[in-house]
Design a binder for this molecule. Structure first.
Ligand code: AQP
Length: 328
């Protein structure tokens, strides 16, 4: 079976962009692939973070993954720092990655603007660690949101450079996009992000979700109720495509274009569908939180299964680059 790898940062509250752009797709893929999913804590320390909160965030993120259906019978889930081979391989990849390739990464440029006080080496090197995350398992496919496609392309470049220098070792991983690869924030423009005040949290109660949807930006051409809208320019419509059934999407599309209903009615339908999908996940999270040892066991077993794979690949890499000491 082909292998899949993907990761999520414990950098804040998981939001519906993470869910429809990545996690929901991850669950579906477990039927067809050997899947490895990771809580990437070393990535999350590239920006300012609350040290006291980190362990809580890691466990909360893993709990959400399990509540969404990513359980050990279907896939491996673990914490990045529990398998140190990731960072070891990243160092080796640093030595084949041109700095210029990293400097042109869109995420690096954006995060450098967002975190002017803390433009650290980790921020620049982020995609190299990501390449190591993927390639330490020789994963062929990486299901991510649209924002991460450039980084996966860089992983391919890193694999090519390593293979050219040291001999065929790594596959060139391919991106797998979900059907909703980019959800904009409630402001309607920027990508919905944990670190921006524009996200709808996966665990938020219905009334909080409604308040965020009610005030969320819609198609700018629709100033009055009688103005026909353009669903293709409306983030609420994008959310419908992620949460509503095909007949409802067609209904919404028609009524928006013909001014058949107002944005509030459109948002009410979305809210109902969103809450219907998120409620069972929220209930499972509440159940899992009553037995925290379950998630700890999931992460421990995930790490030990992944470490076994990663150790073998590192052994091969050390041999290929000439640093394996037989006398040790
Ligand atoms: N708005 C989004 N729409 C679709 N997919 C998204 N993803 C993130 N935001 C959206 C996808 O979710 C997966 C996990 O993301 P991540 O936690 O590794 O980092 P990120 O992309 O940087 O997510 P955030 O929420 O924007 O976090 P911060 O604010 O900490 O940087 C990835 O597959 C991502 O594509």
């Amino acid at each position: 079976m082909d292998r899949i790898f993907s990761g999520i940062q414990p950098s804040g509250e998981i939001h519906i962009g993470n869910y429809v752009g990545a996690i929901r797709n991850w669950v579906q893929l477990t039927n067809r692939y050997d899947c490895i999913y990771c809580v990437v804590d070393y990535h999350a320390i590239t920006i300012e973070y609350d040290v006291e909160m980190m362990q809580r965030r890691i466990l909360d993120t893993a709990t959400i993954l399990a509540a969404c259906g990513l359980t050990p019978d279907k896939c491996m889930v673990f914490v990045q720092s529990h398998v140190p081979e990731h960072t070891e391989l990243a160092w080796i990849f640093n030595c084949v990655t041109p700095i210029g390739e990293l400097e042109r990464m869109t995420q690096f440029k954006e995060k450098s603007k967002q975190h002017r006080q803390n433009i650290n080496m980790g921020l620049l090197d982020y995609p190299v660690l990501q390449a190591a995350d993927i390639l330490i398992y020789k994963a062929g496919y990486v299901p991510v949101g649209e924002d991460q496609t450039q980084h996966v392309e860089l992983s391919r470049e890193v694999a090519r450079k390593f293979n050219a220098r040291y001999g065929e070792t790594f596959p060139e991983p391919q991106v797998l996009l979900s059907t909703a690869p980019r959800i904009a924030g409630t402001d309607g423009n920027a990508k919905m992000s944990k670190s921006m005040n524009n996200a709808i949290g996966l665990l938020e109660p219905p009334e909080v979700i409604w308040e965020k949807l009610r005030t969320a930006a819609t198609c700018e051409h629709r100033q009055r109720r009688s103005d026909p809208g353009h669903p293709e320019h409306c983030n609420i419509f994008t959310m419908h495509t992620a949460f509503s059934k095909p007949d409802q999407i067609a209904f919404v599309d028609h009524n928006c274009r013909t001014a058949g209903f107002g944005c509030i009615e459109c948002k009410e339908i979305l809210h109902k569908n969103m809450v219907e999908e998120l409620s069972p996940i929220q209930a499972r999270v509440r159940e899992m939180n009553k037995k925290p040892e379950y998630i700890i066991d999931v992460l421990k077993s995930g790490a030990s299964r992944c470490k076994a794979i990663a150790e073998k690949v590192m052994d091969e890499v050390r041999t290929k680059i000439g640093i394996k000491s037989e006398w040790l």
